[in-house]
Design a protein around this ligand. Structure first.
Ligand SMILES: [Zn+2]
Length: 306
């Protein structure tokens, strides 16, 4: 096939970029994010050349010579192996985001569980997640592989660096291969912590003030957050306001996790306790309950109630 093109988006030689992709492939495989031959990784070499992983190869055992090069329409222009079947997803993201050079797609189990449950990712729980990720959208489901599937990311791609693909997995993107991968790893660790803490009985949300401090830090470090954008002044910073309007279309509903407490002016750290028993109404007649339970027990034991 065609010869090696010149690298334009980085000064790194092509051989080094191929090694980086193989290295991230090993990391996603070793983390359990890509079973069998799942997952794919890409890097934009120039205006019409993208380096990508091949199909039908375990991402944990790739050699630099296994990688392919495609043009921006997905036509293969170099490499012996067949290019990834999900390359159109990568190219669509790169077309929408000129600042993005690399895309990582895989199936990390904890984030994918949220994709299957169609459960929004609770916000305002972990400081690092607020700073690095923010609100995370779940896309509309489509059969993987085609342009229709790739187009499902379009409504979200400019306002997030990691997306959950309904009933499928995740896709994250950035300037370098490693940065593109980071968001996936942070998201899956977060989803795991959310599930573990909910199983322990409650998820404690940060207060409005604590969250505002994190958003200030985020701004100071140069990370953008749609919650700080114009038009979002009146949004509730912990209520998934950024992508909530898409939930009806994508089938996302809050079921497994309680909504965080409304972030009013005087809000304090609060705990949502899904497992907590319902409060007993003040009008309960304890005597009748005791009598009914006693009678039932006596009936089952075959003795007459007193
Ligand atoms: Zn996939």
């Amino acid at each position: 096939m065609a010869t090696t093109p010149a690298v334009k988006t980085t000064t790194k030689p092509l051989s080094k970029l191929k090694e980086e992709i193989c290295d991230i492939g090993r990391r996603i495989y070793n983390k359990g994010f890509a079973a069998g031959n799942d997952g794919n990784i890409s890097f934009r070499l120039g205006p019409n050349e993208v380096l990508c992983t091949p199909t039908m190869v375990s991402k944990g055992f790739m050699k630099p010579s296994d990688l392919c090069i495609v043009d921006m329409e997905g036509n293969q222009i170099a490499g012996e192996r067949k290019r990834s079947s999900e390359i159109l997803l990568h190219l669509t993201i790169m077309k929408e985001r000129p600042d993005v050079n690399s895309v990582v797609h895989c199936h990390p189990p904890h984030a994918t569980a949220f994709a299957v449950a169609r459960e929004p990712i609770p916000q305002c729980v972990l400081p690092e997640v607020e700073v690095f990720l923010g609100d995370i959208p779940i896309t509309k489901y489509e059969t993987p592989g085609g342009q229709k599937f790739a187009d499902t990311v379009k409504p979200y791609v400019k306002t997030a660096n990691v997306l959950i693909l309904a009933n499928h997995g995740t896709v994250s993107f950035g300037e370098t291969v490693e940065k593109a991968y980071w968001w996936t790893e942070i998201l899956d660790a977060y989803c795991r912590i959310l599930m573990l803490s909910r199983d322990l009985g409650r998820v404690t949300y940060l207060s409005k003030q604590e969250t505002k401090e994190l958003l200030d830090l985020k701004q100071k470090w140069g990370y953008s957050d749609p919650r700080l954008d114009k038009g979002m002044e009146n949004c509730d910073i912990c209520a998934n306001d950024v992508f909530r309007s898409s939930w009806g279309n994508t089938g996302v509903t809050r079921k497994a996790f309680d909504a965080p407490p409304p972030m009013g002016a005087d809000s304090q750290p609060a705990a949502a306790a899904p497992a907590a028993p319902a409060p007993v109404p003040a009008t309960v007649d304890y005597d009748s309950i005791v009598k009914a339970v006693t009678e039932q027990v006596c009936r089952e034991l075959g003795i007459g109630a007193a």
